[in-house]
Write a protein that binds this ligand. Sequence first.
Ligand SMILES: Nc1ncnc2c1ncn2[C@@H]1O[C@H](COP(=O)(O)OP(=O)(O)O)[C@@H](O)[C@H]1O
Ligand SMILES: N[C@@H](CCOP(=O)(O)O)C(=O)O
Length: 318
Amino acid sequence: MAVFTPVDIDDLALWADQYDIGKVLAVKGISSGIENSNFFVTTERNEYVLTVFEKLSFAQLPFYLNLMRHVAERGVLVPQPIANRSGELLTAMHGKPAALVTKLEGACQMAPKPRHCAEVGAMLAKLHLAAQDYALRQPNLRGLEWWRETAPVVMPFLPPAEQALLREELAFQEDYAASPAYARLPSGPVHADLFRNNVMFDGERLTGFFDFYFAGVDTWLFDVAVTVNDWCVNEPDGTLDVERVRALLAAYHAVRPFTDEEAQGWRTMLRAGALRFWLSRLYDLHLPRDAEMLTPHDPAHFERILRERIAQPIPPLV
Ligand SMILES: Nc1ncnc2c1ncn2[C@@H]1O[C@H](COP(=O)(O)OP(=O)(O)O)[C@@H](O)[C@H]1O
Ligand SMILES: N[C@@H](CCOP(=O)(O)O)C(=O)O
């Protein structure tokens, strides 16, 4: 649960005047995110989601909001950022950056079947293709550089076996990132956090990807790996469900065929995707921020996934 910056209906009455959205009837804090403060806002005309950004700055946010607008214009299903009467997508709430987007229909599919995974794979490939000519550039802020900075910060909290795993995996990923094979991987703006809780479904119909606030330029394969590690995982042990993996990858491949380099880097990238979320969950657990409501995510889940991807057979990319 997370609302770091409380917002009530009185705060919104004044703030909403700058938008052409009608009178605000209700506001409700959303408990499930962990990065930002989110609220459902009901007006006399429509339903929206207000996000108050807790870490990202006014300077960084145009990258995300314009990316959503860019891919939406190219047929990718994402929330539509709402501009205020001056045409600005980004405004201020309690001195922090804030944005209003349309509310997607449906609900998250937390127990996906292969057909849901196929929808996600196809839409992910469309996202990658649609974003490739996006003019703004920002690196993945949770990429290798952040792993390098964060590993020493969380290291003192870990028992020796986990310290060794973290050290060895980081070294392994450093080597791969410096290799010519890595340099040949196709890249562009990616979502970078496309978990089940960031996609809406209305029954079996995918209605949208949301929460683009970890997006950045990275390899497309990293995005696929992050997505597969969450959508296709068997919860208790971190193994991959082969049917779901095949459905997601085949649907992606049908829209944007994988390259030979990607096929060769697949296992390494699944490991990279696991490392990234193991690290961020360790950080959030051991160095928590104040929040009105907060449920930390379990780092052990991604430690298990990392160990699995290192040691066990994985379904091939193609
Ligand atoms: N555009 C949207 N449409 C519908 N629901 C949304 C939308 N954006 C966020 N939500 C809801 O808010 C919850 C938290 O949002 P999320 O972006 O994941 O938060 P955080 O950025 O803090 O991780 C989601 O699980 C979802 O229920
Ligand atoms: N998906 C990440 C956490 C990021 O939070 P989100 O609610 O924005 O997806 C994780 O599971 O660790």
